[in-house]
Design a protein around this ligand. Structure first.
Ligand code: PEP
Ligand code: MG
Length: 881
């Protein structure tokens, strides 16, 4: 038998989602349950994949199968396609495996032509019915032309407006049967003029062209963007559902509506939804008429309401989840057109999961799987007021770099951000890109918007760490820093103007949109306890200030996986000492400068250890290229030369000497310690002395310092730096009369280190995968600039995701797996973790669980997300066994 591509609803069931799509599988399941579903068929997702494989053609055998099922559908329904006496009219709708609301196309009223219309009117000449028939016909022409032929809907709206104007009326409702008939004539003429041929009258042609159009819509730009945002693979394809039309706009005894079994905003258990009498689905969405609350249906049509409420109950019981249903009432008879697990807010998701456990409907395991880890973001960050957001229109879009919503007055420098904030203003900091010097301004801002930079750029990483909303890499912005203004899509925004940015979508608004504060309900703690009881992967955080560390601990972090020490060097007098060190010409002069930094650094570590109360902390030694610490602007250079008591020329020579063509592959990481061992010595002293001091205050903390050497590619370079660390540390510990232990490990962030991990493990007591650099160096493109060309890669289906946001499991993942194995071969008890930005990405966390890492480390606000993702990975693994 040849391969089956088309299934009657009665041939499928709810478990066939991959093949029939969500909508098709659920229509089949409702059929199995004996619910009133207009009986049609589903063209499978495999047919869609085939369509693309065959060069955007439907193979003859699939066409045949569609027609064969059409014949069966005619028989089941006792109606015929194109028949004058008893015509079958159908809807053609998309339905992918994962629901993608509004992303793909739909065609209604298919099967109408002049003959069918004439036949329908001949049987019923009631003037209201005649109007309904012509109205359906003109809607069909409009929809088919738009969706199938690409002739924009708006060009038809113009014609409607002309007819209304001629008649002197305002609303579509005011057009009568004759006007609708006239519109049909005008629409067909418009079609012929634009398309150079008659509107297709053969229903079979209409059907086949519509099926193709739905397949094509899988590849439309908005669907592609939605898929990337929701991590839905392009390869899945969509199914097409062909279903007999039922008419909610037939008369006053008809209607249509949408309802949820629980409130999708709050999770409250009660039927929630809306309906309209005498209307078709699009009228509910169009918002011209105000729908009634579903509870009112109990008065309007008590019998129908009772039947619907009963079906809703049964569906929720059956799926053991909140359902989102579409229904139509035709002449007093109820039809179910769709059911699916309803989309819900984060708060509702938590409440529903917890309530379903309490109602005995699902297990705690299932509840933990029910909440999307990324959704938790919404509970931890401020959000826009939903009503205000609906009324707003975005003027541009960047990368959704750090979630939450921000609204404030635009400032262009970090200094202004700080100063305005101190004056009680709420500000959004807009920069070409941010640098470490901007840190205080970033902390003072409600949100950060940058023109350049990707998901691991400075702005993105730092904003996520602080929990501040950030949209990065909006290349459409034309920046004029001098004039303190920028232009975006024709809007000129000046300093002090209000803008709003959404770090969860990347949207930018040229207006003020009020925000509402985050709120964590009681369900959250209970739910997260279930998650924690199930996960095996530990969750640490990336933090380098006591404030961030405390925040992360409050969110459940079990320690610090990455304390980047360079961020500590920018505050106050420290930067001066660092600059002194950089211009130093002799080791002695360098050491003298480092001696000034030592007390600050030690104090920082002590504060961190105190906040952590005995939880572990991995301190990473100085990593960035030194040019990041020196000024670039003329006036700053002159000022600094004065401070350092050297000539401007001399300082300029030093700065020029720091210039590198590829700084990210230059004099940074452990290379700094190889050239300037004094730096490693100072940092070791700071860490060890801090741990000794806090252990003395709090013996119960039992701190075991973890020192991490960055950017290692060769075991001998690790050994070189490690020797400095151990000789320094051992002396200090002995002098203190202590027996404190400490560990020295390395980051694996250079492909060579991953390849030679077995050798590196001879010296390293732990590995932490620095997947930001590892991704950069494996792909060979910059973590800061990839945004410039990644869009073209998405458009051309070369990559489906940003590899800096979601771990490339095939390539970078292979290196990680290889390194984990190599490390364990040499040192079976080696501790393995990840501290790149991927440590907070759910699918990447799942990968880390599956290859047996000990922990992930992520920014504080992502800790709950990682905890939940780790729990889900453990449950999925258990369920697969
Ligand atoms: C990394 O490279 O993944 C990492 C965590 O280090 P950084 O982002 O500081 O380079
Ligand atoms: Mg790195």
């Amino acid at each position: 038998m040849s391969h089956k591509y088309v299934y009657l609803f009665s041939e499928g069931n709810g478990s066939m989602r991959e093949l029939l799509g969500g909508k098709g599988a659920n229509l089949a399941e409702m059929t199995v349950l004996g619910m009133p579903v207009p009986q049609g068929f589903t063209v499978s997702t495999e047919a869609c994949t085939r369509y693309y494989e065959d060069g955007k053609k439907i193979a003859p055998e699939i066409e045949e199968e569609i027609y064969a099922n059409l014949a069966k559908m005619e028989e089941i329904n006792g109606k015929k396609f194109g028949d004058k006496e008893n015509p079958l009219l159908v809807s053609v709708r998309s339905g992918a495996r994962a629901s993608m609301p509004g992303m793909m196309d739909t065609i209604l009223n298919l099967g109408l032509n002049d003959d069918v219309v004439a036949g329908m009117i001949a049987k019923n000449s009631d003037i209201k019915f005649v109007r309904f028939v012509y109205d359906s016909y003109r809607r069909f022409i409009q929809m088919f032309s738009d969706v199938v032929m690409g002739l924009a809907k708006s060009t038809f709206e113009v014609i409607i407006d002309e007819v209304k104007e001629k008649k002197g009326v305002k609303n579509d409702i005011d057009l009568d049967a004759d006007d609708m008939k006239e519109l049909v004539k005008l629409f067909k003429a418009h079609y012929k003029k634009e398309m150079g041929e008659d509107f297709p009258s053969d229903p079979k042609t209409q059907l086949m062209e519509s099926v193709k159009a739905v397949f094509r819509s899988w590849d439309n730009p908005r669907a592609n963007v939605y898929r990337r945002m929701n991590e839905i693979p392009y390869s899945w394809g969509t199914a097409v559902n062909v279903q007999p039309m039922v008419f909610g706009n037939l008369n006053e005894n008809s209607g249509t509506g949408v309802a949820f079994t629980r409130d999708p905003a709050t999770g409250e258990r009660a039927l929630f939804g809306e309906y309209l009498i005498n209307a078709q689905g699009e009228d509910v969405v169009a918002g011209i008429r105000t729908p009634s609350h579903i509870s009112k249906l109990a008065e309007d049509m008590p019998e129908v309401y009772k039947q619907f409420a009963d079906i809703a109950n049964r569906l929720e019981e059956h799926y053991a989840d909140m359902q989102d249903m579409e229904f139509t009432i035709e002449n007093g008879k109820l039809y179910m057109l769709q059911t699916r697990n309803g989309k819900r807010t984060a708060a509702a998701a938590l409440k529903i999961a917890v309530d379903l456990v309490d109602e005995g409907k699902i297990s705690e395991d299932t509840a933990v799987l029910r909440v999307e880890p990324k959704q938790l973001d919404a509970l931890l960050h401020p959000q826009f007021d939903a009503k205000a957001l609906k009324a707003a229109k975005a003027i541009g879009k960047g990368l959704a770099a750090s979630p939450g919503a921000a609204c404030g007055k635009v400032v262009f420098t970090a200094e202004d951000a700080k100063a305005w904030h101190e004056n009680g203003e709420k500000v959004v900091l807009v920069r070409l890109e941010t640098s470490p010097e901007d840190i205080e301004g970033m902390a003072a801002a409600e949100g950060i918007l940058t023109v350049r930079g990707g998901m691991t750029s400075h702005a993105a990483v730092v904003a996520r760490g602080m929990g501040t909303c950030c949209v990065s890499g909006c290349g459409d912005i034309k920046m004029n820093e001098e004039a303190k203004e920028f232009e975006l899509a024709g809007h000129v925004i000046k300093e002090g103007d209000y803008i709003s940015i959404d770090g969860s979508t990347g949207n930018i608004y040229g207006e003020a949109i009020p925000t509402v504060a985050a709120s964590i309900s009681g369900d959250f703690d209970r739910f997260m306890k279930w998650a924690d009881a199930r996960r095996t992967l530990k969750v640490r955080t990336n933090a380098d200030t006591p404030r961030d560390a405390a925040q992360a601990v409050a969110f459940g972090a079990e320690g610090i996986g990455l304390c980047r020490t360079e961020h500590m060097f920018f505050e106050g007098d420290r930067i001066k000492a660092i600059r002194e060190m950089i211009v130093a010409k002799t080791p002695e002069a360098r050491k003298a400068a480092l001696d000034k930094i030592l007390p600050y650094q030690q104090g920082d570590f002590e504060a961190m250890y105190r906040v952590l109360e005995g939880r572990p902390m991995t301190v990473r030694f100085l990593d960035p290229p030194l040019h990041e610490f020196v000024p670039q602007k003329e006036e700053d250079i002159v000022e600094l030369a004065g401070e350092l008591k050297i000539s401007v020329d001399e300082l300029k020579a030093v700065i020029a000497g720091l210039h590198e063509f590829n700084p990210m592959m230059g004099h940074r990481g452990c290379r700094l310690a190889v050239t300037y061992p004094e730096i490693a010595e100072m940092q070791t002293t700071a860490v060890i002395n801090a741990a000794l001091a806090v252990n003395k205050e709090h013996p119960e903390y039992n701190i075991v310092p973890e020192i991490m050497i960055p950017l290692v590619g060769e075991v001998k370079e690790l050994k070189f730096v490690k020797d400095i660390v151990t000789s320094t540390a051992d002396k200090l510990i002995a002098a203190a009369g202590s027996d404190m232990k400490y560990h020295v490990g390395t980051m694996i962030e250079i492909p060579r280190a991953a390849l030679l991990a077995d050798e590196i493990a001879k010296e390293a007591e732990f590995f932490s995968f620095g997947t930001n650099d590892l991704t950069q160096m494996t792909f060979g493109f910059s973590r800061d600039d990839a945004g410039k060309f990644l869009d073209a890669y998405y458009e051309n289906k070369i990559y489906e995701n940003d590899p800096f946001a979601r771990l490339d499991q095939n390539g970078v993942g292979k290196l990680i797996k290889m390194a984990a194995e190599g490390g364990r071969k040499t040192r079976p008890d080696i501790k393995l973790g990840i501290c790149g930005e991927h440590g907070g990405d759910p699918t990447s966390v799942e990968f880390c669980h599956n290859i047996g890492l000990n922990y992930v480390s992520c920014s504080p606000f992502r800790v709950p997300i990682a905890r939940l993702a780790a729990a889900q990975a453990a449950i999925k693994e258990k369920n697969a066994k």
